[in-house]
Ligand binder design. Sequence first.
Ligand SMILES: [Zn+2]
Length: 119
Amino acid sequence: MVGQENYEKAFERLRKSRFRSRFHLSDSDRSYIAEKGMETIRRHCEDFVRTRLAPANPPNDGRQTPMRGHPVFVAQHACACCCRGCLAKWWKVPRGVEIPAARQQGIVDFLMAWIALDL
Ligand SMILES: [Zn+2]
């Protein structure tokens, strides 16, 4: 996972947040996923995490993740993986240092699990 918790516990925590639990895939997210397939969505997710979250000081940090427009963006808000501030607060990912590849993969797996669950 992103932190030490298992998915079930993590999703339970997120469900208790009024803000986080508001986010769900839209009809256009669903048709986009159906059209592209989960493997492509995962590749997009890996790219977003690597370029928008993983750098020590990501560009525009705090505002780098739109509220809609891609299923991964929605998942990022639902999962509190939208910026380094939220990653630090929710999942204790240290700020100011690059996120190691293994932890990036953990974030991607977590986001993809949320997408699969919300579909
Ligand atoms: Zn955030």
